[in-house]
Design a protein around this ligand. Structure first.
Ligand code: GLV
Length: 313
C-alpha cells in the first residue's frame, strides 16, 4: 500500500502519523504554504483523506481530489466533513465511535466535580500559599443533583450511567424520545434546562444543534445552574455564555470545547466558576491509540476491498 497517497489534513498523535507514513505515501497538509500549492502538486495522487476534530474535508477539498476514495476521521465528531458531498460522490466516511465513549464520559464527570467542588481553584489556593491565611470557602455538592443531558447517544448514555452512580436523577433532550430509556424526556432544551441543575451538551454538531445553548436556555438554567460542554464549541452561543457568567445569570460552566479553538474568551480567565479544558475529552494514550488503530484499520480494509470497521457513510 506504500504507493497509495493519503492526505493528513492536520497534525495528530505521532503514533498515527508514523504508522500512516510507514503504510502509505503520506502528504502532510501543513508542510505546504497553502491548499492550492498542495493540490497543484499532489491532487491526482491522493486517494484518502485523514481528518480529525480540528480539520476535515470540505466540499472544495473533496471536489479538488479526483481520485479520492475514502475519508477516515480520527474523531467521533464529523462536523468538519461535508457528508452530503461524500454521499453525492459515493465516498465512504469512517469515524471512531465506541472506543472513546468511556473516556469522554469519565472526563465529563471530572469536569462536573471540578466545577462544583472547585478542584482547580482549590489547587491554585494551596499552591499560592493562601491556605496559610484561612480555609477555602464551602463549595457545592454533586451527588443527588439533577443532570440534564442533551443527546442520549453512546456518550450521553455513558454519562447518564456514571451520574446515576452519584444518585443523580437523569433527564434528557433529543430529537425524539427514546422509548427504551427510563430517563425523563423533555421535548425542548429550554424545558430541560428549567428542570435540571447541571446541563450537559453531548450531542453531535449539526445545523440543528448549532447554538442549541442560547440566551433563553442559559436563563432557564439560571444562577444556580451549571453548563457542561464536551460536544463542540459551536453548540454554545459563546458571547451569550460569557455575558451570563460575567453578569452572574449562570452558576458556572465546565468547558472542554470552544467556538474558535484554540482561542478562548479572555473574560473567562478571571472567573472562578468556570473550568476550562483544551479539548481533551478523548485525549489519553490508551484511547487515542485505539482511535488511531481504527483509522488505520478502516483505510486498510478499504484498500483491501474488505468491509469497513466503523463506517458512518
Ligand atoms: O472531539 C473529539 C472527537 O470528535 O473525537
Amino acid at each position: 500500500m506504500e504507493s497509495i497517497g493519503v492526505l493528513l489534513v492536520a497534525r495528530v498523535m505521532p503514533y498515527l502519523e508514523q504508522e500512516l507514513d510507514k503504510r502509505f505515501k503520506l502528504f502532510r497538509a501543513w508542510e505546504y504554504p497553502n491548499r492550492a500549492q498542495l493540490l497543484s502538486q499532489h491532487a491526482a495522487a491522493i486517494r484518502a483523506v485523514v481528518a480529525s476534530s480540528s480539520a476535515g474535508a470540505d466540499a472544495a477539498l473533496i471536489e479538488a481530489l479526483p481520485k479520492l476514495e475514502i475519508v477516515s476521521s480520527f474523531s467521533v465528531g464529523v462536523d468538519k466533513i461535508d457528508k452530503e458531498k461524500c454521499r453525492e460522490k459515493g465516498i465512504p466516511v469512517t469515524y471512531t465511535p465506541d472506543v472513546l465513549t468511556d473516556e469522554v464520559a469519565d472526563l465529563t464527570i471530572g469536569l462536573i466535580l471540578a466545577l462544583l467542588r472547585r478542584i482547580c481553584e482549590c489547587d491554585r489556593f494551596v499552591r499560592s500559599g493562601q491556605w496559610k491565611r484561612g480555609n477555602y470557602k464551602l463549595t457545592t455538592k454533586f451527588s443527588g443533583k439533577t443532570v440534564g443531558i442533551i443527546g442520549l447517544g453512546r456518550i450521553g448514555e455513558a454519562i447518564a450511567k456514571r451520574a446515576e452512580g452519584f444518585k443523580c436523577p437523569i433527564s434528557y433532550y433529543s430529537r425524539t424520545e427514546k422509548r427504551e430509556s427510563n430517563y425523563k424526556y423533555y421535548p425542548s432544551v429550554v424545558e430541560l434546562a428549567s428542570n435540571c441543575d447541571i446541563l450537559v451538551v453531548a450531542c453531535a454538531l449539526t445545523e440543528e444543534t448549532h447554538h442549541i445553548i442560547n440566551r433563553e436556555v442559559i436563563n432557564a438554567l439560571g444562577p444556580k445552574g451549571y453548563l457542561i460542554n464536551i460536544g463542540r464549541g459551536k453548540h454554545v452561543d459563546e458571547t451569550e455564555l460569557v455575558s451570563a457568567l460575567v453578569e452572574g445569570r449562570l452558576g458556572g460552566a465546565g468547558l472542554d470545547v470552544f467556538e474558535n479553538e484554540p482561542s478562548v474568551p479572555e473574560e473567562l480567565f478571571g472567573l472562578e466558576n468556570v473550568v476550562l479544558l483544551p479539548h481533551v475529552g478523548s485525549a489519553t494514550v490508551e484511547t487515542r491509540t485505539a482511535m488511531a488503530d481504527l483509522v488505520l484499520g478502516n483505510l486498510e480494509a478499504h484498500f483491501l476491498g474488505k468491509p469497513l470497521l466503523t463506517p458512518l457513510i
